[in-house]
Design a binder for this molecule. Structure first.
Ligand code: HPA
Length: 277
């Protein structure tokens, strides 16, 4: 079977059946993907049912430090939600269709909104470590696409990507951030394969191409979501200044340290956003 078929609509329906049997029947208003160090949001989910990724058919076990590797269902801001603490990165060797597979499972569980989050390096000169950035658009510089292969039932063959991040969801994130007094930057997320951080020359290239932040995830998930008609919104946590802009070497420890500092703001914003859906 092709990678797409293994991680396609039928496999997602099977996984969702197993998950639904454990979490109950409430239809989630959103699927939420929590990036590196941002899994603390799971603690705000009321009446949580947690399922380790290893127990979800089709999911491999997550291995990156800072990623719990759990699906958590419950209510957030009073609304039913399914969150994934952890994701499958292509730099782990996973094919692009697997990186997007959890989105198909969230969709099969009934979610029609996808909220994505990630840790990212800040490229735009006005960004500081600890900023939250509304993702307005992205650059797919992974040079792979999760939709390559036979068309999955229910997928659009040539998805429109003129508005990958839903304008009205972006607007409500802006409004909620303003109401909470949380400064919110905006920009374009450039996704590279990783796992190396960038060279300073690569960061200059990314700036020229129009990227405001750089990371190693999210884009395969957003592409799958658009192919199956989900509306998407997302936030990058700027955990560090990108290579060559930062005065020191980059490390995953720094990334996780910054996410702890911004966790409270990030969690309040996402809770309010989901509560307003
Ligand atoms: N580059 C790529 N990915 C990242 C970075 C970065 O600087 N920070 C957090 N994730």
């Amino acid at each position: 079977m092709s990678a797409g078929g293994m991680f396609g609509a039928a496999a997602a329906a099977r996984a969702a059946e197993v998950v639904r049997a454990r979490i109950g029947g409430a239809t989630p208003v959103a699927g939420v993907i929590l990036g590196s160090g941002l899994g603390g949001l799971a603690a705000r989910i009321a009446n949580p049912v947690a399922i380790p990724f290893a127990e979800v058919p089709g999911f491999p076990t997550a291995t990156v430090v800072g990623h719990a590797g759990k699906l958590i269902a419950g209510t957030l801001g009073g609304r039913p939600v399914v969150a994934l603490a952890g994701r499958f990165h292509m730099y782990e060797g996973h094919p692009a269709p697997l990186a997007g597979f959890p989105v198909r499972v969230l969709h099969a569980l009934g979610a029609r909104v996808l909220f994505v989050s990630n840790a990212a390096g800040g490229i735009r000169r006005t960004f500081r470590a600890g900023d939250l950035m509304l993702i307005r658009d992205h650059l797919n510089l992974m040079f792979q696409n999760p939709l390559v292969g036979a068309l999955e039932p229910g997928d659009i063959r040539f998805p429109d990507m003129s508005e990958p991040y839903d304008p009205s969801l972006c607007e409500s994130l802006r409004a909620h951030a303003a109401a909470l007094g949380i400064p919110l930057q905006e920009g374009v997320y450039g996704a590279l394969l990783g796992p190396t951080y960038e060279t300073p020359s690569e960061v200059r290239m990314l700036a020229t191409l129009g990227a405001d932040a750089v990371g190693m995830s999210t884009v395969p998930e957003v592409i799958v979501a658009r192919a199956i008609g989900m509306r998407v919104a997302g936030i990058s946590c700027i955990t560090n200044l990108a290579s060559g802009i930062s005065p020191h070497a980059l490390s995953h420890a720094e990334v996780l340290e910054t996410t702890t500092l911004v966790a409270e703001r990030f969690e309040s914003l996402v809770e309010r956003f989901v509560g307003g859906l």
